[in-house]
Design a protein around this ligand. Structure first.
Ligand code: HEC
Length: 340
């Protein structure tokens, strides 16, 4: 069953037709094949954006092998995000989030998550042609490699990481949008616009620090790159108990929660790593004697050893083919500054 967006009686979750051409075909489920039918850009022009779609950047971000990224959020007019559980936001029907990836200013892919019904998200990525004028939904089962080694994940891979979101989205969460580097749709903007069903009195946050003065940078890297997608109680890396996500209740005093942490050493990401042995037998065998974090020695700390490589033991274990130089450096600096 196909419905044409905008026709009388069609199932149109997006009352704002800006940018969506009349001849757009939107399937009942899933995503349209043409990126210009998703509602991000106007008049089939990759450089013109629909006004109601708001750009943003979380205060900590995922490393994507050096790609330049721009993110956009659309919340249908008059809707709010259910933030009753401030650490597990639930988005209104009709929510869309896009992420564009560019190299040297040239669009390579545009990823989309669209909440089409109360518990139905459609997701996928649009691959741009060489001229950068059109992009089509990627339906291949194998990843597409662009240039030397930039990997465009398959639709199946999206879920492996986005499973870590309480309601699919990952960076559109309290902590990431409240940190100093957050831009555009920040926690403050969402709160002031009446888009949150609940918000703390202070919509700003800082990551916890310890006596090294280097914990916040390292924990921020771990939060976005490991904790948000996998290493949390709701991600696929849960069984290792290597919990690296900074929870909202560690930052703010939330209803029905204990006091927030006053120092990084009280954070779960600290307790799960510093001086802790690995739980995975193959990892222990490959890196004998290494702890998750060996204070003072990044070379025998698994967090650094595994994020600083791209072989069978690499973290993250999918999509990325290049080490994040800034992230691994922040991690090493934190570990080396700890007293052994
Ligand atoms: C390696 C893990 C990983 C994979 C695979 C992945 N994502 Fe994400 N994605 C993330 C993380 C982490 C964020 C939040 C941080 C950021 O935006 O830098 C994110 C953010 C996004 C956003 C912005 C909204 C949000 O959730 O914060 C969109 C849209 C998105 N991803 C779409 C996709 C789609 C579509 C796919 C599959 C084609 C995909 N992603 C595959 C980890 C991943």
């Amino acid at each position: 069953m196909l419905a044409v967006l905008g026709c009388a009686g069609s199932r149109d979750p997006d009352p704002d037709r800006d940018g969506i051409a009349d001849d757009c075909v939107i399937p009942e489920h899933g995503l349209p094949a043409d990126v210009f039918c998703t509602g991000l850009q106007l008049d089939r022009d990759p450089g013109q954006y629909v006004e109601r779609v708001a750009p943003y950047e979380p205060g900590v971000t995922l490393w994507s092998d050096g790609a330049e990224k721009q993110r956009y959020l659309y919340l249908p007019p008059g809707t709010e995000i259910d933030t009753t559980d401030f650490d597990a936001w639930q988005f209104p029907e009709g929510t869309k989030a896009w992420k564009e990836f560019r190299f040297d200013g040239r669009l390579v892919e545009t990823r989309l998550f669209w909440k089409r019904a109360p518990s139905e998200w459609a997701s996928g990525t649009y691959i741009w042609d060489a001229s950068g004028s059109d992009a089509t939904l990627d339906t291949s089962r194998m990843p597409t490699i662009v240039g030397d080694d930039y990997e465009i994940p398959t639709a199946k891979d999206c879920g492996k990481c986005h499973h870590g979101g309480a309601d699919k989205l990952l960076g559109i969460e309290a902590v990431a949008l409240a940190l100093p580097g957050a831009l555009g749709v920040t926690l403050q903007v969402l709160r002031d616009d009446g888009r949150l069903s609940w918000a703390p009195s202070s919509p700003q946050a800082r990551l916890p620090e310890d006596s090294t003065g280097r914990a916040a940078a390292a924990l921020g890297y771990l939060h976005a790159n490991c904790g948000m997608p996998c290493h949390s109680s709701r991600g696929l890396g849960d069984e290792t108990q290597l919990l690296l996500r900074i929870r909202a209740d560690e930052i703010w005093q939330l209803p029905q929660h204990g006091a927030p942490v006053s120092d990084a050493t009280e954070a779960e990401a600290y307790a799960a790593t510093v001086g802790v042995e690995p739980t995975t037998a193959s990892v222990a065998q490959r890196f004998p004697g290494a702890l998750r974090v060996t204070p003072g020695v990044h070379e025998s700390s698994l967090l650094w050893l595994m994020t600083d490589r791209r072989d069978d033991y690499a973290m993250p274990p999918l999509v990325s083919h290049k080490v994040d130089p800034a992230g691994t450096k922040a991690l090493a600096a934190w570990i080396d500054a700890m007293s052994p």
